[in-house]
Design a protein around this ligand. Structure first.
Ligand SMILES: Nc1nc2c(ncn2[C@@H]2O[C@H](COP(=O)(O)OP(=O)(O)O)[C@@H](O)[C@H]2O)c(=O)[nH]1
Ligand SMILES: [Mg+2]
Length: 243
């Protein structure tokens, strides 16, 4: 079974080399970096790592400008499906997610889940060093999503995910349109509504030590209106790839 960790980057020169090393240390894992033309030269560092590990294990998709996290993942999913990976993962470049936990996400899929969510809000999960305002936004967002959607997922904005390929193949990826946190909510809600089995695995989320967050208020606004749009949609009809 093949594994592809998809890591979107925008100005992550302080993190990306160590992140690739950490994924390469895991048995059976490849990495795809989706870089949005980072002005800090992140892509050049990825290319050095391709020389070190081989471009069959370290993949790079370069896009022309900052097009958003959601569309970076969609491009990454399409790439991973074309390359026939069995498991495709979402993970940040900044070590907020521990790359070693990729194995725990995978184990839950091996045990029968179609998709695993690395969750801060399930028993045993949590965060360290996260600023208070970020905790407030994250917890408030989770409550908002769960109240509006009735989705039984405790951490709906989580961005540390393992998908078995069949989940992504079932979704018409061109219809997934939200960009920031809203993208994370959209993917979970669609997978849930399409009947896939989603399991939450506790993780400890660490604030980034290096580089800067790309979080902004437009991301929050998009999430608030995005959830309402999702609720108004016939999910199966709109997103199913086998219509
Ligand atoms: N390709 C791409 N990556 C992005 C974009 N915005 C954020 N990222 C990456 O997505 C991940 C999460 O973003 P981050 O700024 O850490 O958000 P936070 O963890 O919510 O503060 C990091 O790896 C970022 O480099 C974007 O527009 N394009
Ligand atoms: Mg981060």
């Amino acid at each position: 079974m093949s594994n592809l960790a998809i890591v979107p980057t925008y100005n992550e020169k302080e993190n990306i080399v160590a992140m690739i090393d950490a994924v390469m240390a895991l048995d059976g894992y490849d990495i795809l970096v989706v870089d949005d033309g980072s002005p800090d030269g992140t892509a050049a560092l990825v290319k050095d790592q391709q020389v070190k590990y081989g471009s069959d294990r370290v993949h790079l998709l370069e896009r022309s400008g900052k097009l958003g996290l959601g569309s970076a993942y969609i491009a990454g999913f399409k790439y991973g499906l074309e390359h026939d990976y069995d498991y495709l993962y979402e993970m940040d470049a900044d070590f907020s997610h521990d790359p070693k936990d990729l194995l725990r996400l995978r184990a839950a899929c091996d045990a029968g889940a179609d998709m695993t969510v690395g969750s801060r809000y399930t028993k045993g999960g949590g965060f360290v060093d996260w600023p208070r305002d970020r905790i407030f936004i994250s917890k408030g967002g989770s409550l908002y999503v769960r109240t509006l959607t009735f989705m039984p997922i405790k951490d709906p904005t989580a961005g540390f995910i393992c998908y078995s390929a069949k989940v992504l193949r079932a979704i018409d990826l061109d219809k997934v349109g939200l960009k920031g946190y809203a993208f994370q909510i959209e993917m979970k809600y669609v997978a849930y509504k399409l009947g896939f089995k989603i399991k939450e695995v506790p993780i400890i989320f660490k604030d980034r030590e290096l580089g800067t967050s790309k979080m902004n208020t437009s991301i929050i606004k998009e999430a608030i209106s995005g959830v309402i749009k999702l609720r108004c949609r016939n999910i199966k009809k709109y997103y199913s790839s086998t219509k």
